[in-house]
Design a protein around this ligand. Structure first.
Ligand code: FMN
Length: 222
């Protein structure tokens, strides 16, 4: 695919087939993602990729954790609320997803189901957890680096015929992930990324989001 086609073809997919991605492809994708830029090339991302039993086991434990403790205990707590244009976009994003999942705003039960799909990893056969170490005072910038990494990773996946969904939701249970995978507490969970072959029969995958115009986002000076 042409670069622009890959960028525009990537979407957040929320329904996957059970078919696993082969190991060679997995390694190629994650190797490519390592070429993301970072502050002073420190490459602060620490990535754990779960497949097979490891993924299924984590899915079951995370679903149970989400039922027991809905707000979890994220390393990076949600702070404040969006307002203005940001709030409007946030609402549009939620309403768009619910519409494609057959959920109405008034139906609390189905809304809870929609949220719970996050912890089912949208049935994906793989999930990647992206951690960043908290040892350095540059945490905000290092967090930005993990975004560079995640986008590079998602584009590499798209280019390989795979779909992905970045997920802050699954970062609500960092202690569970660290415990299951034997990860030290200095590694903080930034996000998860469910991925695999897209289930095109899942209506959630028909959602297409829009973007602000160039004029709204970008000012050119000369
Ligand atoms: C860092 C990050 C975290 C996200 N967390 C979630 C999440 O927990 N659950 C979810 O369904 N979508 C999540 N999304 C997907 C966004 O809703 C999505 O990227 C946005 O609506 C734009 O749509 P698109 O990715 O299809 O272009 C996340 C996206 C990013 C970049």
């Amino acid at each position: 695919m042409e670069f622009a086609d890959v960028v525009k073809a990537r979407h957040s997919y929320r329904g996957f087939l059970p078919k696993a991605v082969d190991e060679k492809t997995l390694k190629e994708i994650f190797e490519l993602a390592n070429w993301a830029p970072s502050n002073c090339n420190v490459q602060p991302w620490h990535v754990h990729v779960l497949s097979g039993d490891a993924c299924n086991n984590m899915r079951e434990k995370m679903k149970a954790a989400a039922v027991k403790e809905p707000s979890g205990n994220p390393d990076f707590p949600w702070q404040g609320k969006f307002s203005g244009d940001y709030r409007e976009r946030q609402i549009c994003s939620a309403l768009g997803l619910w519409e494609h999942q057959g959920v109405t705003r008034e139906d609390r039960e189905k809304r809870a189901w929609s949220w719970m799909r996050n912890f089912e990893f949208f049935d994906a056969p793989h999930i990647a957890f992206i951690f960043v170490t908290d040892e350095f005072p540059e945490l905000v910038r290092l967090a930005g680096d993990t975004g560079m990494y995640a986008q590079t990773l998602m584009l590499a996946m798209e280019n390989a015929g795979l779909g992905s969904c970045p997920q802050t939701s699954v970062s609500c249970y960092p202690d569970l992930v660290r415990e299951e995978l034997g990860i030290e507490s200095r590694f903080k969970l930034m996000m998860g990324l469910s991925f695999g072959y897209v289930d095109h029969s899942d209506s959630a995958n028909n959602l297409r989001t829009d973007r602000a115009t160039l004029e709204q986002s970008t000012t050119f000076h000369s």
